[in-house]
Design a protein around this ligand. Structure first.
Ligand SMILES: Cc1cc2nc3c(=O)[nH]c(=O)nc-3n(C[C@H](O)[C@H](O)[C@H](O)COP(=O)(O)OP(=O)(O)OC[C@H]3O[C@@H](n4cnc5c(N)ncnc54)[C@H](O)[C@@H]3O)c2cc1C
Length: 535
């Protein structure tokens, strides 16, 4: 009997999964995940991504089994795997979520479409975010986002499975060795699995959402900027959203419902949740940019900036950054934390890219490849747009140049963060925290430290290198063709909403979102609110 084939990709959940819910109404289902060596060989792929996927698949399989199903894991390239399955037993239709991935997944999807056409198979693709495929007019986008978030969540009941497939039916038997570390192209030192990273699966995602909504979110607005407070104050949902352990719609709806239960006078908490909702909106807004213009993964969003940095790449400077040896303690501490945990807050990510783009004058693409392997939550649409935005090549955003010394003074004034991640800094007295390379020789000797070995010299003169970088950028910006090209980028990509899109807090929380039970006078507590992130 023909069956419905469901292909899981970056949507590793059972709940609110339209392809599964709709397919299960059409006939018996067969669920697959395909480990595609070509995908994992891309420069933006990392071992930590695969391990997170593996954990999420195990959780998904357990959930599907409770509902009578299971997930098969296959190894090979698409569409060859489809051909194998088809030879074994033809399927009626293929169901999957739309994916706004990298250039490789785009090309692979074209091949899958061609295979489906050749075999007379209909491929049903369902949106999983507020991202619109073939968007004709950017003006219509916000309405489409709201419509998607307002739809009911789609979850199947008991599954009618096609047939149990011995051997491939047991997920535990397959993933072992399904990805060989040698499949990864990233250099060996980037292939690590951060020891303190978040783990995958729906339960972990739900616990994270609950602890945020019912407790941690109170400190969101005030705590998101400092790397000391951000690990606990931010939602930490990003890897779960990136790999689809929880749907964006479920997060948006739960947040709106929780907001509606908060009393009017809970102004701080309400402002935080509104700021959080705006980030969820940005998530889709940014992915839409890559969906509408896939080339921004490789080339400048504004072509007037072509050639600005590409021709003079300083590979040694990138290595210094990767090895956390720039000499600026805040930068080196962030790189170390990222290596250990797979996560960093927005402001510190922006600072790393800004340092790479301005004083180090590095083109954003190699920097972005490295960071993609370091971020557990790597999401191509957000990632490449942000890389370009923080490097000044979009042509439509204000230039933000983050000074790493000022960031340390503002967000780690007592050195707790840098001393956590850089042991050598524990011996540096407070007055030299921000510029330890200026410590007199005699002091270094008395502390048993040496600048140049224990603490690196700054890789370049920060002030002078930043001045030159800004000057070069502004000169380019003054060119007539750069000015002329700006409008086209605005038409295609700019937000029509009055929120700043650079990650900073809007000056006043918007109060326009009102809910049925705004007057409710109770707050909820939840044991999972105790869940904390302690770095
Ligand atoms: C250079 C750079 C690269 C980035 N790369 C990624 C990436 O690959 N994947 C990714 O999810 N985020 C990326 N971000 C955005 C942001 O830093 C992370 O989403 C955030 O730090 C994740 O932590 P959180 O889930 O606790 O965020 P919260 O502040 O709790 O936000 C909730 C969710 O909103 C979305 N979000 C938050 N901030 C932004 C933003 N500025 N733009 C778009 N969406 C946002 C994310 O899905 C996030 O999980 C990047 C930022 C920069 C500056």
């Amino acid at each position: 009997m023909a069956y419905e084939l469901i292909w899981f990709k970056r949507d590793l959940r059972w709940h609110d999964h339209a392809p599964l819910a709709r397919a299960s109404r059409l006939g018996p289902v067969r669920c697959i995940y395909v480990v595609e060596p070509g995908l994992w060989r891309q420069p933006d792929a990392a071992l930590q991504h695969f391990e997170f996927v593996r954990e999420s698949l195990l959780a998904l399989d357990a959930e599907l089994r409770r509902h009578g199903g299971g997930v098969e894991v296959h190894h090979g390239e698409m569409p060859e795997v489809l051909e194998r399955l088809w030879q074994e037993a033809p399927f009626a239709r293929l169901h999957a979520h739309e994916e706004t991935g990298n250039g490789w997944t785009y090309q692979r999807d074209l091949r899958v479409h061609a295979w489906c056409r050749a075999h007379g198979v209909t491929w049903h693709e369902y949106p999983q975010f507020g991202v619109v495929r073939r968007l004709s007019n950017r003006q219509l986008w916000q309405g489409a986002y709201e419509a998607h978030m307002a739809l009911p969540q789609e979850t199947p009941g008991r599954l009618h499975v096609w047939r149990a497939t011995p051997g491939t039916g047991s997920i535990k038997a397959v993933p072992e060795g399904a990805l060989r570390v040698a499949d990864l192209r990233a250099p060996a030192h980037l292939r690590h699995n951060p020891p303190r990273r978040q783990t995958g699966g729906r339960e972990a995602a739900l616990a994270t959402l609950r602890s945020f909504l019912h407790g941690r979110s109170l400190g969101y607005r005030g705590g998101m900027s400092s790397p000391l407070t951000a690990p606990d104050a931010c939602s930490r949902l990003s890897p779960h959203l990136a790999w689809g352990c929880i749907s964006m719609r479920e997060v948006v709806q739960q947040t709106r419902e929780h907001l509606a239960t908060l009393p009017e006078q809970a102004t701080r908490h309400r402002a935080s949740l509104l700021a959080f909702l705006s980030r969820l909106y940005w998530h889709c807004h940014f992915i839409q940019k890559l969906e509408s213009e896939p080339a921004i993964e490789w080339r400048n969003m504004h072509r007037g900036y072509d050639g600005l940095r590409e021709t003079e790449f300083h590979a040694d400077r990138l290595q210094t950054l990767i090895q956390a040896r720039t000499g600026w303690p805040m930068v080196d501490a962030c790189v170390t934390m990222l290596r250990e945990t797979g996560w960093l807050n927005f402001r510190m990510r922006a600072m790393l890219v800004s340092v790479a783009a301005y004083p180090l004058w590095l083109h954003w693409r190699p920097v972005g490849e490295w960071l993609a392997t370091q971020f557990l939550d790597y999401e191509p649409g957000i990632h490449w747009s942000q890389l370009q935005m923080q490097s000044g090549t979009t042509g439509i955003n204000a230039t933000r140049v983050y000074n790493p010394i000022k960031q340390a003074q503002d967000h780690d004034p007592h050195g707790r963060f840098v001393r956590t991640w850089l042991p050598a800094m524990r011996r540096v007295p407070d007055e030299w925290l921000f510029e330890p390379w200026l410590m007199p020789q005699a002091l270094q000797a008395s502390l048993g430290l040496q600048v140049g070995s224990d603490i690196p010299w700054p890789v370049v003169d920060l002030k002078e290198a930043t001045r030159v970088a800004k000057q070069r950028l502004y000169e380019r910006r003054r060119h007539d063709e750069v000015r002329a090209g700006q409008q086209a980028v605005i038409e295609r990509h700019a937000s029509r909403k009055n929120w700043r899109m650079d990650g900073e807090i809007p000056s006043k929380p918007r109060r326009s979102v009102r809910h049925r039970s705004d007057q409710a006078r109770h707050t909820q507590t939840d044991p999972s609110a105790q869940l904390g992130f302690d770095f």
